[in-house]
Design a protein around this ligand. Structure first.
Ligand SMILES: Nc1ncnc2c1ncn2[C@@H]1O[C@H](COP(=O)(O)OP(=O)(O)OP(=O)(O)O)[C@@H](O)[C@H]1O
Length: 250
């Protein structure tokens, strides 16, 4: 489970997270949508302390910390509960696909090379890339690199996977293969928080949609509630704008 209370984050004068409360159950898939700059990525980055939240409490799996006062040990423990998939894959360029996946198993989990390779290959198989195990990222398409990044996230068997716009850097023809891989993970009931601009995908995979604007959660509900019967005017406006033909977007 993920339990976040009153999370706040400010960059200088800009309030980016303005008192966020979130509860995610074990196995639940939650999509976070909202306008550009509403704080969606910052929220994910605060959950694994890539950004330091100013105040608030974060509980994920077995770890918990108070943003105003935490030890290095608590931070390390919290980070271990999640794995992040970034927009730009963030693979090590000088390591093969397999080495990218097994890195954390060998370094963090102190696994033997042979054991790590076995798990790594099985994960690459799961994302349809076992045949690319020895390839370097530069030789892979964006879609393939993102699939390696997803295999890497799964490798540490995290309590939750945080996906930050996993398809937004991809050419349109490569989006479907990555969404397909994410859908397959969703079916295994891995807890996931996904920041996405892919509304059709969010509707298909998410148990719950959170709509954020100006650092706040404006509205949340099932995909049907949010996409078909949004209650808040901001949600309505946002959904109208993104579904309107480009020429009509103000
Ligand atoms: N490290 C930073 N330093 C200063 N400002 C930042 C930093 N990171 C994010 N911001 C600002 O915080 C605001 C929220 O950014 P964030 O990336 O969380 O929004 P978002 O909802 O994910 O947007 P998008 O959909 O465009 O990715 C933006 O105004 C952004 O410019």
């Amino acid at each position: 489970m993920i339990h976040v209370t009153n999370l706040r984050k400010q960059f200088k004068d800009l309030v980016v997270l303005d008192g966020i409360d979130i509860d995610v159950k074990q196995g639940e898939v939650v999509a976070i949508i909202g306008p550009s700059g509403s704080g969606k990525s910052t929220l994910l980055r605060c959950l694994n302390l890539l950004e330091s939240p100013d105040t608030g409490r974060i509980e994920i799996g077995q770890a918990a910390l108070d943003a105003q006062k935490y030890s290095r040990k608590e931070a390390h423990h919290l980070r271990q509960q999640t794995a992040m998939v970034f927009q730009n894959y963030n693979l090590f360029k000088n390591r093969t696909a397999l080495q990218n996946v097994t890195e954390s198993l060998i370094i963090t989990k102190k696994m033997k090379q042979s054991e790590a390779d076995k798990i790594g290959l099985a994960l690459l198989e799961q994302v349809g890339l076992a045949h690319k195990a020895d390839s370097y990222p530069i030789t892979l398409s964006g879609g393939q690199q993102q699939r390696v990044a997803i295999a890497r996230a799964l490798a540490v068997d995290p309590h939750a996977i945080l996906l930050d716009e996993p398809t937004s850097a991809l050419d349109p023809e490569l989006v479907a293969e990555v969404l397909q891989v994410i859908k397959a993970i969703v079916e295994k009931r891995t807890t996931m928080l996904i920041v996405t601009h892919e509304m059709a995908f969010a509707r298909q995979v998410a148990d719950r949609i959170i709509f954020m604007a100006d650092g706040k959660i404006v509205e949340q509900g099932t995909p049907e509630e949010i996409f078909d019967r949004p209650q808040n005017q901001r949600t309505q406006r946002f959904l109208q704008q993104i579904t309107a033909p480009a020429a009509f977007i103000s």
